[in-house]
Design a protein around this ligand. Structure first.
Ligand code: ADP
Length: 264
């Protein structure tokens, strides 16, 4: 609580009394803490790839270029870390745009079968490299009212995580169905399942937080930024939808997104 007091004077400059303001600043403080924690996280996340780029470049400049094989592997690291920086910056910008509500919704009816088939084609390239089988099941007649770019980002983030966190030779599936909730509202259920490494029970409630990763090393080596799922959560919220996760270690994971079929 914060207490502020100011003396009050009348027109004749005589003291009339005090005005006290008692404010509950818990919410403001919490917001300030969250903001400074975010800035600290962002700085840390940006510093790691920058330090790697700098370190490997220094070694090359200090004579490492003479060994061609070594130089190539260092240049590859510098290239990969720059790519990571790029992804980080664009994810941070996306997140801050969504969080500050500077990203209005542009609803349109979307034919899910054709929309998803182009997304599956994009994911196919990565999946092929890991011999991961991609499968989708989407009723031909299904439409949803959504923001096309945002729905694309939701699906791409979930599907690329599924591919990243699944071993070679595994399976990733996209299933979409329609259903009605208890009030009779029409919904679209989007399920992204994989036969991957799974998420421990204790981590499941936290994976939608910014920069939260179950295994930092694995996320880094798969090129992750730790922001994908928190972006997904925000985009689902913007559509007035819900997202949930079911997962078993070593068996696989299913993310379910529930969106209203029509927006009011
Ligand atoms: P990242 O960029 O690290 O993938 P995300 O926000 O997309 O960040 O995901 C947060 C964490 O949740 C990941 O680091 C990973 O540990 C876990 N995760 C997300 N999707 C899956 C999945 N399909 N299978 C297993 N773990 C997952």
């Amino acid at each position: 609580l914060r207490l502020d007091g100011v003396p009050m004077f009348g027109e004749d400059d005589a003291f009339r009394g005090m005005l006290f303001l008692l404010q509950d600043i818990t919410a403001i403080r919490r917001l300030e803490n969250m903001r400074s924690e975010f800035v600290a996280n962002v700085s840390h996340e940006l510093k790691t790839p920058v330090a790697a780029v700098k370190g490997f470049a220094e070694t090359l400049l200090g004579g490492g270029v003479k060994d061609e094989e070594l130089a190539r592997s260092f240049l590859q690291i510098i290239y990969d870390e720059s790519e990571r920086l790029n992804r980080l910056i664009s994810d941070i910008l996306d997140l801050s745009k969504i969080e500050s509500k500077r990203s209005p919704m542009d609803y349109a009816p979307i034919h899910l079968a054709s929309f998803c088939s182009s997304i599956m084609d994009t994911i196919e390239t990565v999946a092929k490299k890991k011999r991961i089988m991609l499968h989708s099941n989407i009723p031909e007649e299904l439409f949803v009212e959504a923001d096309e770019d945002k729905l694309r980002q939701i699906l791409i983030n979930l599907l690329s995580n599924a591919v990243s966190y699944t071993q070679d030779g595994g399976k990733v599936e996209l299933i979409i169905q329609d259903c009605q909730d208890a009030e009779g509202t029409e919904k679209v259920l989007i399920k992204v399942s994989d036969t991957g490494i799974g998420i421990p029970k204790k981590d499941q409630p936290r994976i939608f937080e910014r920069f939260y990763r179950v295994d930092k090393g694995r996320s880094r080596s798969s090129g992750g930024t730790g922001l994908g799922l928190s972006i997904v959560k925000h985009l689902v919220d913007q559509h007035h939808g819900e997202i949930s996760v079911e997962s078993e270690l070593g068996i696989g994971t299913t993310f379910t997104v529930e969106l209203p079929m029509l927006q009011d």
